[in-house]
Design a protein around this ligand. Structure first.
Ligand SMILES: Cc1cc2nc3c(=O)[nH]c(=O)nc-3n(C[C@H](O)[C@H](O)[C@H](O)COP(=O)(O)OP(=O)(O)OC[C@H]3O[C@@H](n4cnc5c(N)ncnc54)[C@H](O)[C@@H]3O)c2cc1C
Length: 496
């Protein structure tokens, strides 16, 4: 009998295809290479001209910066563990200690300690909310309602739950800029269970939000829960990571093809057939196993005929489009500007939702590149607010710079700017998201030799994508083993 789980079907190598060359797909391919060695042919198909997806570093003027994702949560092991595995420990960097500020009521206020995604959880630190919140709003937060708390039995949206406990202002001025910053979403639609699992766990246990000795506030840089930096980056940009992975994959005998869009997926008696090339002259690639590491919309299209239940679920996932305006600014214009950046609550009515002072945040940006310029990155765009991005690059840049000038009181006149648009980039983890993901995974598990991963499943951050890629490879191997042995053979083997 052939054994495709271990790397051979009959006397030929197993062919494993990963669709999507973002961080998820590249890590999945890396794990496949590690699991099978030369016994498998691993092929990555990426539709765009470069690998990396939302990880991309490039120049603005004479300074290279990350133009998409720029940091990785270091309190989870997966991303930093991958860097170690790739021998990149010496190139891991951490943001300078200073943290970001929140724009509120005409002032800039330090990110308060004792919060989780902007939600206060430490009663003793409530006074630090002053300034962002007015005195009545701070007092309201301190009178947490619904205590003793009822146990939450099903998922709720973040905004209504937090507002009901500690007041609407906490949602508008803290949760929106922090949580909204990660998902470019609206907390009135985002799932508590999926986006702030620490608080979901507490809510399920009927515990109040505010405690005198709160649990680990993992997501609040100002109050590290365990020792060590909260975030990590890579010298030269996290955009280097996919390039390094692609190089390692090719060295290990895998193939990474860019400019190849997979347009169709069908089952064959022994595996899968992928359709690429133009509709007028399609080309086909046969595979024993396939990992789909693409965003929700293309995944839904590819699964429509083969796993319609999963396709239907994926098609329901909304996404948010965002844009990054990167600016190389003469150093003197930013002298004395402190902190790593600004978070801007939507209630403040600015167009930008965040500014990252990249040169303040990362030494490799400020000290190792240009003597003349520092870089600021301005982010715009939220779910269901696409109209704000429907301006040409010049207008969008001017709009973003006008906000920066007014908020910081500095006449910032960049030497160079660059606009990068990330259409449909961030999946919205709406109420019920985790149940949806479970339904998708269950449906895909019924298609042997197929697995899925990417930012739509277990978290949008890089560590979560790395973890989901590892899980997909595990799922693929399990399902290929089932296909080769059949459930009956497996049962017999277990009984032996
Ligand atoms: C502006 C921005 C800033 C962010 N900042 C951070 C951050 O600082 N830290 C963090 O942890 N996360 C951040 N994120 C989130 C994180 O970058 C993404 O969630 C993650 O990179 C997604 O990786 P992925 O491989 O799942 O998807 P993608 O990066 O979207 O990769 C999927 C790939 O599949 C390809 N593809 C699609 N369809 C097909 C097809 N039919 N055939 C072949 N190829 C196809 C696409 O071209 C793409 O390259 C940010 C996201 C954005 C947009």
């Amino acid at each position: 009998m052939s054994d495709s789980s271990s790397g051979r079907t009959g006397d030929r190598a197993v062919r494993l295809v990963v669709v999507g060359g973002g961080i998820s797909g590249l890590v999945a391919a890396w794990r496949l290479v590690q699991a099978h060695g030369p016994a498998a042919q691993v092929l990555v198909l990426e539709s765009s001209a470069r690998v990396g997806g939302k990880l991309w570093a490039g120049p603005v003027g004479d300074v290279t910066v990350d133009l998409g994702a720029e940091s990785m949560l270091a309190r989870r092991p997966e991303a930093v563990g991958l860097l170690t595995e790739l021998g990149l420990d010496d190139e891991v960097v951490h943001p300078r200690a200073a943290s970001a500020a929140v724009v509120s009521r005409g002032g800039l206020h330090p990110l308060p300690p004792g919060t989780v995604m902007g939600v206060p959880v430490d009663r003793t630190r409530l006074p630090a909310l002053a300034g962002i919140l007015d005195p009545d709003e701070v007092a309201r937060a301190g009178q947490e309602s619904g205590v003793p708390a009822e146990r939450l039995t099903e998922d709720v949206d973040v905004a209504s739950w937090v507002a009901s406990r500690v007041g609407r202002a906490v949602v508008d001025r803290l949760v929106e800029p922090l949580l909204g910053g990660v998902y470019a979403g609206n907390s009135a639609r985002l799932s508590l269970q999926a986006t702030i699992p620490q608080l979901w766990q507490r809510a399920r246990g009927g515990r109040p939000l505010l405690e005198t000795r709160p649990p680990a506030t993992r997501t609040t840089p100002a109050t590290p829960a365990v020792s060590g930096p909260v975030f990590a980056g890579l010298r030269g940009g996290v955009g280097r990571l996919p390039l390094i992975l692609a190089e390692r994959l090719e060295k290990a005998g895998a193939e990474v093809r860019t400019g190849v869009t997979v347009r169709g997926l069908t089952r064959t008696p022994t595996g899968w057939r992928l359709e690429t090339g133009p509709a007028s002259g399609p080309e086909f690639i046969e595979a024993d196993g396939v990992v789909l590491a693409v965003p929700a919309a293309p995944a839904a299209r590819l699964l429509a005929d083969v796993v319609p239940v999963a396709a239907h679920e994926l098609a329901q996932v909304e996404t948010a489009s965002v844009a990054v305006v990167a600016a190389a600014v003469p150093r003197e214009q930013l002298t004395g500007l402190t902190g790593t950046g600004l978070l801007v609550p939507p209630v403040e009515q600015w167009q930008i939702k965040a500014a990252t002072f990249s040169s303040n945040k990362w030494r490799w940006v400020s000290d190792e590149q240009s003597a003349e310029h520092l870089v600021v990155r301005l982010s715009l765009g939220r779910a269901r607010e696409e109209a704000a991005l429907q301006r040409d690059d010049a207008d969008l840049t001017e709009l973003a710079l006008a906000d920066l000038r007014e908020i910081t009181g500095r006449d910032v006149r960049p030497a160079e700017t660059r606009v990068v648009r990330w259409g449909g980039a961030l999946p919205q983890y709406q109420v019920g998201h985790l149940d949806r993901v479970q339904r998708i995974r269950e449906a895909v598990a019924g298609a042997p030799g197929l697995a899925v991963c990417g930012a739509v499943y277990d978290g949008v951050g890089i560590p979560a994508c790395v973890a989901a890629a590892g899980r997909a490879v595990h799922d693929l191997q399990t399902s290929m083993r089932t296909r080769v042995e059949g459930p009956r053979d497996r049962q017999e083997r277990i009984e032996e």
